[in-house]
Design a protein around this ligand. Sequence first.
Ligand SMILES: [Zn+2]
Length: 225
Amino acid sequence: MKGSKNKKLIVILLGPPGSGKGTQAKLLQKKFKLEYLGSGDILRQRRKRGDFTGKKLIKVMTRGELVPSFVISKLLTDKLEKLKNLPKINGFILDGWARILTEAELIDESLDWYEWQKNVKAILIDISDRESFDRLTKRRICKDCGRLIPWVGEFKSPRRCDKCGGPLVSRADDKPRAIKKRLEEFKEETKPVIDYYKKQGRLIKINGKQSIEDVFKDILKALKK
Ligand SMILES: [Zn+2]
């Protein structure tokens, strides 16, 4: 079905913080040559602008608070509008946008508006609270290139980025207090999102407590169905 116009693959990635969503997104992106729309990356870009919203985002995100849906929605639709101008795309991945039910509904509205409502798959990478906390407190980010080094059960304690050699640090929003807050928020707010996709029969649940390779294999298997 490659190249067929209405066979674009749109993946909505769901999962608690630290579930390895970002890593799986990169693998999917490479495999199917998809565009990657990560809310984390886009928000971090947005804060650099230094205007009112940019400065406020720094404050809100450092405290581990939820960025309001209208800001999220605006950033997403700006990106979707840009995708419409690309001559050819195979599809795209939405990573970290549907944090609450309102946003899941807004995403559906946006996908309808931009005529991408077909072939939307919601993939949940499922891990426990404990696993999530461990992974978040132990993962590192490269100070120079921003590469995120995930922790997945084995602790190698790398000191330098394997890509550029830059120093590795904890991410500013990975402090234990902020993490606890994010996990609580996830539990409370993302459950309705998961139920929403489940009710529509669009949810693909993947066991996230496996190696990166095995999680990816399970995703590919589920996408084929
Ligand atoms: Zn680096």
